[in-house]
Unconditional design. Structure first.
Length: 256
């Protein structure tokens, strides 16, 4: 489901709201990682055109427009609902060879069915001497959300389930997938905590995954019943500790 092109465009990212709900939780990240700022820094010395593949909310487009207005930024996304300049698939980019001087693939490669093909396409369109910046999460990132999901299902069914990790297909351990196309791949990793003081932002985060995750619920378990148990679990944690703790591990690959 997390790589199904139809599901991604019609259910997961039909519009901005689910992604915005997930992104909003990081306002409580301690010593917040400024990925757009890191992207701007990573493009120091770059001139010309930059591809933002999987542009999502347009966060990087906006930041570059503000701090690097000299760059021509092309925002591309698989889903028209995200409002990109170009609707396209990173596995078959509608761009000429060497047509951009840099590319961004920020927290999106885990949604791509063939990650090596995507890496090859990015290398094809990035001119010699250019750079690809790609971000993703570590394998233990947001482990608490997965545990919350599993506990809610166990409460409703008495069964333990294995929760699929949406990010798991491309994590900070998977730089070799980029090395199939780029000669030099370096990564910087940040370990953080997000301490959410209220129940509803965490519930909204889980609810935002409904479009891609509801089919993973056991038969007979409704989303409403599941989300109710999630809310109870978050409430118990907030009452016990004053916050709901989410561990984060995020990183940025620089590829040349």
């Amino acid at each position: 489901m997390f790589t199904d092109r139809s599901a991604l465009t019609s259910r997961g990212y039909a519009d901005h709201r689910p992604l915005a709900a997930r992104a909003s939780i990081y306002q409580w990240q301690v010593d917040k990682v400024d990925l757009p700022g890191l992207a701007v820094a990573g493009l120091t010395g770059v001139t010309g055109n930059v591809l933002d593949a999987g542009c999502g909310l347009g966060t990087y487009v906006d930041r570059l427009a503000s701090e690097r207005p000299d760059l021509g930024v092309l925002a591309l996304d698989l889903s028209a609902g995200m409002g990109p300049m170009v609707v396209g698939d990173i596995q078959q980019l509608p761009l000429a060879d060497g047509s951009v001087q840099a590319a961004l693939a920020m927290h999106m490669l885990y949604h791509v069915p063939d990650i090596e093909a995507a890496a090859a396409e990015l290398r094809r369109v990035v001119a010699d001497g250019g750079v690809l910046l790609a971000s993703t999460n570590g394998r233990d990132d947001k482990h608490e959300i997965g545990q919350l999901w599993a506990d809610a299902v166990a409460d409703l069914t008495g069964e333990q389930v294995e929760v699929r990790d949406a990010d798991g297909r491309f994590t900070l351990d998977d730089g070799d997938l980029l090395r199939t196309a780029f000669a030099s791949v370096e990564v910087v990793v940040f370990d953080r905590e997000t301490l959410v003081p209220d129940v509803e932002p965490v519930v909204a985060f889980v609810n935002s995954i409904r479009g891609l995750g509801e089919d993973d619920l056991p038969g007979g378990v409704t989303w409403e019943a599941f989300l109710g148990r999630v809310r109870e679990g978050v409430q118990a944690e907030v009452e016990r500790h004053g916050v709901f703790r989410i561990g984060n591990q995020v990183g940025l690959f620089t590829c040349r």
